[in-house]
Write a protein that binds this ligand. Sequence first.
Ligand code: FAD
Length: 459
Amino acid sequence: MCTNPITSKHVAVIGAGAAGIITSRELRREGHSVVVYEREKQVGGLWVYTPKSDSDPLSLDPTRSKVHSSIYESLRTNVPRESMGVRDFPFLPRFDDESRDPRRYPNHREVLAYIQDFAKEFKIEEMIRFETEVVRVEPVDGKWRVQSKKSGGFLKDEIYDAVVVCNGHYTEPNITHIPGIKSWPGKQIHSHNYRVPDPFENEVVVVIGNFASGADISRDIAKVAKEVHIASRAREPHTFEKISVPQNNLWMHSEIDTTHEDGSIVFKNGKVVFADSIVYCTGYKYNFPFLETNGYLRIDEKRVEPLYKHVFPPALAPGLSFVGVPAMGIVFVMFEIQSKWVAAVLSGRVTLPSPEKMMEDINAWYASLDALGIPKRHTHTIGRIQREYLNWVAEECGCELVERWRGQEVDGGYMRLVAHPETYRDEWDDDELIEEAYNDFSRKKLISFDPSYYLENGR
Ligand code: FAD
């Protein structure tokens, strides 16, 4: 468990989304002095909803005006709240406040309110410089130079012992190439710029992608559109299924084969649809535009390399680290455990292997992905082994392992999401895990009421 730090470092954190605020708390807890840079006016990052979107709906134009958030108006969490919250600050329903959403899978406003509660409780804002964008980060004589720009102000250079990158990775759209798309005449938009279904009223719409956002957005649009067709590359080529929705206008296909200048879209199942719009729910790219590492760090097909256990680039560690790179279910808990590790390594309480040993580990990880036929783009998609990964990191820095109920809730929730995307947030069969979670909070004195209060009111 945590002991007193051996050395206190001066650390810059880039970003005040959930990762940045959780990381800054852990760094300060370990005795480091912390400055958090945040280019927006408030904490919350992705969860700060705005009806605005990028000026280019596909976000391809480098000169476009940009927004950070990718949250759509109807979004509810895809993880149950008792699993989603930070372990010693649970994401509890607030039945006492009507402005809050007490549901197990609450709306996005409730998540932002929780993040704001966290920042207030742990006095995080006193460490943050708002409206200050980091424009360049580079190693200089064993330290790190951070160049930042306050909105409307001058560039400022500062030197730190270490930099932790928490800039998020759901802002830079990944657009799948479709044969013939250059001459296809309809409208195209990426889910990063999707907010409400209204612009698709009475249209025929093709939604590409059927994971969390694709499943939600296709159903959102089906409320107002004439027809919605989902193209999923995870489906067999012959797939053609009608999906049950109240409007009776949603179909699932395999992926798109070609598009044509007469507006037609041909699926691999042979079906042809004349569509007005395509919505790309095809994910995001990692992007660290401020990082200058002389070519050492690369991004190749969504692989950020080289990163030891998705956190430390061997030759630049521990001065440079990343919190939040992997894609998984219990993201806030990952931020917590990864940042405890970073804090402990920086204080000297925990040591990293040599750069050579870290590289060996990274290469072994890549080889294991190859052997299993897992594409490079899934290097950081560790949903299936998230508990194993987090427990490895937790053991490394001597903190509590991930609770059994949390791992089971997320795995079960994922299965429900895939099998019943339209109902998984409101119908479940794991009441015993909810009970275990609240009993656990009670045992750890994290809740002031009896667990039955939450269990009775929360259903
Ligand atoms: P962000 O929240 O994106 O924060 C990054 C911050 O860094 C921003 O505030 C940004 O302004 C700032 N920043 C970036 N660059 C700079 C710079 N150069 N200088 C200064 N500041 C900078 N997770 C869940 O746990 N549950 C869910 O239900 C869930 N739903 C999701 C739904 C969608 C549609 C998406 C896209 C993701 C979802 N996630 C969910 C995952 C999500 O990534 C996390 O919840 C989390 O909020 C991400 O936090 P972050 O701090 O890594 O990134």
